[in-house]
Write a protein that binds this ligand. Structure first.
Ligand code: F6P
Length: 365
């Protein structure tokens, strides 16, 4: 009987997920004793009745590396440790179904699991590993905020999308002599914002790692508008916050969903600038899920393919509880627990920050 590998994609989607799936399947096909299954919508495919698993053959994954999204679906709600159950009164309770998941994996004769996902999904991987699950992690997030890997796939594609947006905003801002604010994703880390600000040539870039002062931003906008080009571009990460302020978010009431839904940092900033006396026209753009959809760029396809091949090789080595990782120029493996210990935030003394400052980009401090 063939050995059975289960692949899951969890959390928010990200360009490159399909390239990982294809690479796993193609590498597994080089061994003659493995078959690969996909669980639809993360672990829901195992936990729902009837189960929803699909066979992932070479034919099924042919050509999918160029496609966005994930052919096996995903969810960022719930999961085996926090499964939402509706009560008689309409309220929801989150229950732990991880033991149930483990017995369902045994029932399906699953010999190994590869879980592709970000911080939340890798916490699930670690929890399942501690219960004895033969599991390997593959890091994914456009935010690039997972530790112990130089980059996650999806990030470069998101940076390309954000940079393209800056390039477009520059021409209209220059024509109208306006300040244009671009809000990009980046919950805890400002990687997308800072890369797009440098690549696109923004005047101001606000990231979660550096709480901003409106007075400092006003100073540089004044110089730029009155003694410079007459327009300005501000890139702000969704998780950026003013000095002594909080992230801009709404509380989600959906069962098992991420409790905090970010959004509105750009709008809040433009109001703060107006309140501080900014007399130039300001407009805001929220880039949102455009950063997550669509085709992965070449870099992300390569990184995702490397992750997929390496993940299957870790399965062959039975390196359970490990996550594949990019340590330039190599693809290595690290214990999942190390990757989820803390977020990968931008270091304030890093060369990237120095580069931004050297270009005269105001970081709000
Ligand atoms: O993947 C991370 C992320 O892109 C964050 O930057 C953002 O806050 C979140 O996902 C939004 O997720 P969703 O809209 O799918 O709930």
């Amino acid at each position: 009987m063939k050995k059975r590998l289960l692949v899951t994609t969890g959390g928010g989607d990200c360009p490159g997920l399909n390239a990982v799936i294809r690479a796993i399947v193609k590498r597994a096909a080089q061994e003659d004793n493995w078959e690969v299954l996909g669980s639809i919508d993360a672990f829901n495919g195992i936990l729902l009745d009837p189960m929803h698993l699909v066979e992932l053959t070479e034919e099924r994954v042919a050509g999918i590396h160029v496609k966005g999204g994930t052919i096996i679906g995903t969810t960022n709600r719930g999961g085996p440790f926090e499964w939402p159950v509706k009560n008689a009164d309409g309220s929801w309770t989150l229950i732990d179904r991880s033991d149930d998941l483990m017995s369902r994996l045994r029932y399906q004769n699953i010999d190994a699991v590869i879980n592709i996902g970000g911080d939340g999904s890798q916490r699930i991987s670690q929890g399942l590993f501690e219960k004895g699950c033969p599991i390997i992690g593959v890091p994914k997030t456009i935010d690039n905020d997972l530790s112990k890997t130089d980059f996650t796939f999806g990030f470069q594609t998101a940076v390309d999308v954000a940079t393209d947006a800056v390039d477009k905003l520059v021409t209209t801002a220059a024509s109208h002599h306006r300040i244009l604010v671009l809000e990009v994703m980046g919950r805890y880390a400002g990687w997308i914002a800072l890369h797009a600000a440098i690549a696109g040539g923004a005047e101001v870039c606000l990231i979660p790692e550096i709480p901003y002062s409106i007075a400092k931003i006003m100073e540089s906008l004044h110089n730029r508008i009155h003694h410079g080009s007459g327009f300005a571009i501000i890139v702000i990460a969704e998780g950026a916050k003013p000095l002594e302020g909080e992230m801009q978010y709404s509380e989600s009431v959906e069962p098992g969903a991420m409790r905090i839904k970010l959004g509105g940092a750009g709008l809040r900033l433009s109001q703060e600038l107006k309140d501080a006396g900014c007399s130039i026209d300001i407009r805001e753009t929220i880039l949102g899920h455009l950063q997550r959809g669509g085709r992965p760029c070449a870099f992300d396809r390569v990184l995702a393919s490397q992750f997929g091949v390496k993940a299957f090789e870790l399965v062959l080595q039975q390196k359970w509880g490990y996550m594949v990782s990019y340590k330039h120029p190599n693809i290595v493996s690290v214990p999942i627990i190390e990757a989820i210990r803390k977020y990968n935030l931008i270091e304030l003394h890093s060369d990237l920050v120095q580069t931004a400052r050297g270009l005269g980009i105001n970081l709000g401090d």
